[in-house]
Structures are given as structure tokens and as C-alpha cells.
Write a new protein. Structure first.
Length: 218
């Protein structure tokens, strides 16, 4: 992370385009039937226990077995691949995009992932902090815990085997934690975001600016 952060450039990007663009792909091979149109507004899964499914986006049929796929994020349908209607598609083929309006909290998180050092998951597995690190987090909070390259800070649990994960990155404090203990994390997904101690005031300034600029948003 550089010493100088161009606040205006970072914030200007989100002012001009305060959206996340979520591509939706075919979950498996099969014949596609779209159940939304270009420009439709869709809802994500809701409910206290996430028990209310999102808007149905499409139906994909393989071996006479239709499966409906619902939205996991809210927004507006764009770039709908209408030419694939009724066609056979391969697993992973892009079908549409959901333009998701970013809330203030999401904008802050997105900016933080740009300016913090992100330490990713080496494999799809469940992760835990080491006992020593978890103890320090419980006592002081994550942002009071310093890490340096080579530290044994995280345990990877895979196929009933626990393996230490050694930190590789900049020395600093754990600013953000992106995983929940015991919940599977995809390979390459962020585990923690680390901030050098001398950069903490810059990070706080960014957060303050976003809160001020988006004071009328959630």
C-alpha cells in the first residue's frame, strides 16, 4: 500500500458508478429458459434465517430435470444473453449480470480491499485463528493484534486435518477479518486484511470521508 492515497480518485470512482456487477453463470449444463427480462429488478434471499429465496432468474433443464436458480443479490438485470433462450449451455457459461447498488458499508468494504494487504485462503477449507491469536483478539480486538511475515496466525482445517497457515505479507495490524471460524472459504477468497500501523490514520480518513459523502445511504 503506498504512502499516498488519492481520496478523490477512489471516491470519485464510486460516485460515478456506485454499483457492483455480479455475473450469473449456468450452474451446470442444460437447456436454459429465462424467467427475467433486461431491466427487471430482482431481490436477494431475505428473512431472519435467510429462508425466503430471491427472485427466480432462470430455469435450466438437464435430462428432463428442471432446476430453478434464484438471485443471491439484489439489483437490476443487465446484459441478459437473450440469444441463449431455449438453447443448450455449458456449465459456467455467462447468462446475465445483476447491477447491484452498493450501500455505504459495501463501499467501505470494497475500498478497504483495495488499500489493505489482503491475505487469501490457500485452499477451499475451513479456517480458524491459532489459539494465541484468537486469545489476543478476544482480549484486545483484532485491530490491536500485530502480525509479521512468517507468523503462524491461522489454522486450515481440511479433510479432518489441521494445518498451520503462515502469514505472508506486510507487517501490520489485523484491520479486517473476512472469514467465520469453521465456515468453508473458497480458495483465493480473502481471510484477513492487514494495515501497516503508520497507515491506520489514512484508512480511518477514508472511512470518515465515505460516511460523510454517503450520509444519506444505508
Amino acid at each position: 500500500m503506498s504512502n499516498e492515497i488519492d481520496f478523490d480518485e477512489i471516491l470519485g470512482k464510486y460516485r460515478s458508478d456506485p454499483f457492483d456487477y455480479v455475473d450469473i453463470h449456468a450452474s451446470h449444463t442444460g437447456k436454459v429458459r429465462f424467467l427475467v427480462k433486461e431491466g427487471d429488478t430482482v431481490d436477494a434471499v431475505t428473512g431472519e434465517w435467510k429462508h425466503i429465496p430471491g427472485t427466480v432468474l432462470f430455469e435450466i433443464t438437464r435430462e428432463r430435470n428442471p432446476k430453478k436458480v434464484t438471485a443471491m443479490t439484489n439489483g437490476v438485470i443487465s446484459n441478459l444473453c437473450e440469444e441463449l433462450e431455449g438453447k443448450f449451455v455449458e456449465a459456467g457459461e455467462k447468462l446475465m449480470t445483476i447491477r447491484h447498488p452498493l450501500k455505504k458499508k459495501e463501499i467501505i468494504e470494497s475500498i478497504l480491499q483495495e488499500v489493505l494487504y489482503i491475505f487469501p485462503a490457500p485452499e477451499r477449507a475451513k479456517y480458524f485463528f491459532s489459539l494465541d491469536v484468537q486469545s489476543r483478539i478476544d482480549k484486545k480486538g483484532a485491530r490491536e493484534v500485530s502480525v509479521k511475515p512468517g507468523d503462524d496466525i491461522i489454522i486450515m482445517s481440511l479433510m479432518k486435518r489441521d494445518t498451520p497457515v503462515y502469514y505472508r505479507g506486510v507487517q501490520g495490524v489485523i484491520h479486517s477479518v473476512y472469514f467465520k471460524p469453521g465456515v468453508s472459504v473458497d480458495q483465493g477468497a480473502p481471510l484477513i486484511g492487514v494495515c501497516p500501523t503508520d497507515k491506520l490514520p489514512l484508512i480511518e480518513k477514508i472511512i470518515t470521508r465515505v460516511k460523510a459523502d454517503w450520509d444519506n445511504k444505508d
